[in-house]
Every structure is written in C-alpha cells, then in structure tokens.
Design a protein around this ligand. Structure first.
Ligand code: ADP
Ligand code: MG
Length: 242
C-alpha cells in the first residue's frame, strides 16, 4: 500500500489554479522526485502535503489517515517533515543541541527525559553518523558550511520522527562535492524514510530518484523512470513552453 496518496487535489489562489486535479502516490522508502517547469505547482504541492497551505478540494491520505484538513503541526506529529529552503536551525546552539530541540518536538510523554538524554550529545550520535556530522556534534551551528547546515536540518527531521520528508530544491547553492554527499545521504535515508524531492539538477535526480512525477500547470503531466520521463514528448514540449 502507498504511504501517501494524493487524489484530485486542488488549490486556487484568487482564481489561479496552482494545483488543479493532481493525483499521485508514494510508497514507503521511495525517493520520488517532483519535476516541472517554473510555476508548475511543485512547491505548492509540498505546502499542501505538509499543511502550510490548505487545499480547496481533493484528498491526501498518509498511512491510511485523511490529513488534508489537519493543521500543519498535527501532520508533523503524524510523521510528515518539511525542509524549507531557508534553514531553520538555531545558529547559536551546537549541532547536538539543535537535535535535542528537534527531539523535544516529538509527540508523546517522554519529552523531558529525551531532552535530558540528548543534552549531553550522546543520544544524537546515531543520527549524526547517518548524515556524516558526528565530528561536528559540539560545533555551533552558525559555524557550519551551507551543505552541513542543510544536512543538520535533515537530521532534525529524523530526530523529530518524521517518516515522510519533503524537500524543495535541497541541493540549491551546494558545491558539487556537497551535492554528491547529499545524494549518498538520501540513498541511505531511504532505507528507513520516504522522500519527496523537488529538484532541478538532473544529474542529481538521476542518482537518487526511484520514480519521477512531472507536473505542469498544476496537474500530473507524466510519471515513471528517468528514461521514461526524458523520452516523453509531453514533457519535452512543457519544458520548451509549447
Ligand atoms: P513551482 O514550485 O512549480 O515553481 P509554485 O507552486 O511555487 O510553482 O507556484 C505555482 C503557481 O501558483 C505560480 O503561478 C505561483 O505564482 C502561484 N502561487 C504560489 N503560491 C502562491 C500564493 N501564496 N498566492 C498566490 N499565488 C501563488
Ligand atoms: Mg518552487
């Protein structure tokens, strides 16, 4: 069964149909790359899934629960995490302390205990190892490079128990090395997490995507493997603006 199912999703912005009858689904552990020309509705789709924007019609089911009418914090508690383009790390706190803050956002009653356990940095180590920041646990986040800051944000989403992680242009501004490292992190993360990634860097998409959904004018234009997408005539003409 799919982890996330989007059915006939709609949102209007004062008459502009930014998302107009969108259908797609994502399986657990899948990396789905969301492509499409500027203005296609990709960022709005992520907003609709995480609850930053409320849809005007349609349904979004996450692990069997209808979530399209839930507030953003409730969806976060169910396990949907959104990484925004502007990082939301606490620059004056250390890397481990940032994870501690993220951990305390988890649902449940053990907040105080987990915060205590993480405050010495040891409980943060397994998550930091997964994203290669273990040597930076006691570094102040404000001293991290651009790429490291992005990875810390992903670590914070893992720490707050997100199982579905939404990312909008995660490699923007990264060096070639950072982009390569990000692809490795994504592949490893997909062993336990589902990712929906809006991305323009096609060589990155080629490395990480299990499946691709192409949007145009708020609807699904095509879906499939990278080979299927690259040879699709509708996709070619959408990018040429026909
Ligand atoms: P993409 O991420 O694919 O480039 P967006 O989802 O950002 O596209 O935008 C889709 C369309 O919706 C665009 O025409 C954009 O101008 C419009 N749009 C996005 N957000 C808003 C908003 N909050 N208010 C009005 N129009 C918006
Ligand atoms: Mg966008």
């Amino acid at each position: 069964m799919s982890q996330l199912q989007v059915n006939d999703l709609h949102v209007d912005f004062g008459g502009l149909k930014a998302v107009d009858g969108l259908n797609f689904s994502v399986g657990e552990g899948e990396i789905l790359c969301l492509l499409g020309p500027n203005g296609a509705g990709k960022s709005t789709t992520l907003d609709l899934i995480c609850g930053k924007t409320q849809p005007t019609g349609g349904s979004i089911r996450f692990e069997g629960t209808e979530i399209s009418q839930l507030l953003e914090f409730r969806r976060a508690r169910l396990g949907i995490g959104r990484k925004f383009q502007v990082p939301s790390v606490y620059k004056e706190l250390t890397v481990a302390e940032n994870l501690s803050v993220a951990r305390s956002r988890r649902p449940g009653m053990l907040h105080a205990l987990t915060r205590f356990a993480l405050s010495d940095g040891r409980a943060a180590v397994p998550i930091l190892e997964r994203i290669g920041l273990e040597a930076k646990a006691n570094e102040v986040a404000g001293n991290l490079s651009h790429g490291e800051t992005q990875w810390l944000e992903i670590a914070m989403l893992i720490a707050q128990d997100s199982r579905l992680i939404l990312m909008d242009e995660p490699t923007a501004g990264m060096t070639v090395e950072e982009t390569g490292r990000t692809a490795e992190i994504f592949r490893s993360l997909s062993e336990s997490h589902t990712l929906i990634v809006v991305e323009h860097d096609m060589s990155f998409v080629r490395t990480v995507a299990d499946r691709i959904v192409v949007m145009n004018r708020g609807t699904l234009l095509a879906e499939g493997s990278i080979e299927e997408i690259e040879t699709n005539e509708d996709v070619k003409s959408a990018y040429l603006g026909h």
